[in-house]
Ligand binder design. Structure first.
Ligand code: DGL
Length: 279
């Protein structure tokens, strides 16, 4: 166990490869404004979606360790790619050695738990990064919880770079949004529910809506993750007591803070003042 970690209560850590996790942070903060939050975006090394299992695991573990060193007892991986590729190994192999009392939670489980109540005909589509789709984590988890549901996943490798470059509304976006929707629906024309399995994608929600047949339900995951965290803290008062309650939110980025501030303002809809961190 790492005895140099701070033991006093601290903020909830929220991690993403870049800006995407801000869509989750926003929902969590709206539901539980009383807690302190520490967000870390590894923007200098984003996107993670096309990186190997080993690299995503290594980068995610570095971020988790840093959030622990900065006082967090609970870290949310607000990134599907990190949740798919790194979460289990961190929970099973690293936490027992770092500190068995600290916790790291992901975004895939809370999202898959809701699938049964969202689809009416049992045909579900998922848009996510290449890494998340190739890991088959969604298919496996949905298969365990809702065995009758047919899952069709599609990687959308162009969406995160467009979002990270603040391209939300150009003709190029229309092209790549329509392209992936058409591909997904050609694989299963009966899909009635599409999960946005990447925390960046809510930024394209209005474009995705525009190009998706109106009977199909589009599901961003932030709200489910926030509700699930709320339940978790009610069920684990020991952890809840290790979170400070000052209603603050500090943002850290591995990129230049001014670059981060510009985009984060769009994601959060308010001005932010990020700090630089190295991993
Ligand atoms: N926002 C992340 C996710 O939910 C990943 C984006 C990326 O870095 O490729 O998967």
């Amino acid at each position: 166990m790492n005895s140099s970690l701070p033991t006093a209560p601290g903020p909830i850590g929220v991690f993403d490869s870049g800006y995407g996790g801000l869509t989750v942070l926003d929902e969590i903060q709206q539901l539980m404004p009383e807690y302190d939050y520490l967000y870390l975006g590894d923007n200098a090394r984003a996107p993670y979606g096309t990186r190997s299992f080993e690299v995503v695991y290594e980068f995610t573990l570095q971020a988790v360790r840093r959030l622990f060193e900065m006082g967090c007892h609970l870290v949310i991986l607000a990134c599907n790619t990190a949740s798919a590729k790194a979460l289990r190994t961190i929970q099973q192999c690293d936490l027992p050695e770092i500190d068995p009392e600290r916790r790291v939670l992901g975004v895939i489980r809370p999202t898959t738990e809701c699938v049964g109540s969202l689809t009416r005909n049992g045909h579900v589509g998922i848009f996510a990064t290449q890494g998340t789709i190739r890991s088959h984590t969604y298919d496996i988890e949905i298969g365990k919880l809702h065995p009758g549901v047919r899952v069709t996943g599609l990687a959308c490798p162009m969406w995160v770079p467009l979002i990270e470059n603040k391209e939300y509304d150009s003709p190029g976006v229309d092209y790549f949004v329509k392209k992936y929707i058409d591909q997904l629906l050609s694989r299963d024309p009966e899909i009635d529910t599409i999960l946005l399995g990447c925390t960046h994608y809510p930024l394209l929600l209005s474009k995705i809506r525009q190009h998706t047949p109106s009977h199909i339900r589009l599901v961003p995951q932030g709200e489910f993750v926030a509700n699930s965290l709320h339940d978790y803290l009610q069920r684990h008062p020991d952890m809840e007591q290790r979170i400070t309650k000052g209603g603050t939110c500090r943002l850290l980025t591995t990129e230049h803070p001014l670059t981060f501030n510009e985009s984060a303002t769009i994601f959060l809809g308010r001005n932010v003042n990020a700090e630089h961190v190295t991993l």
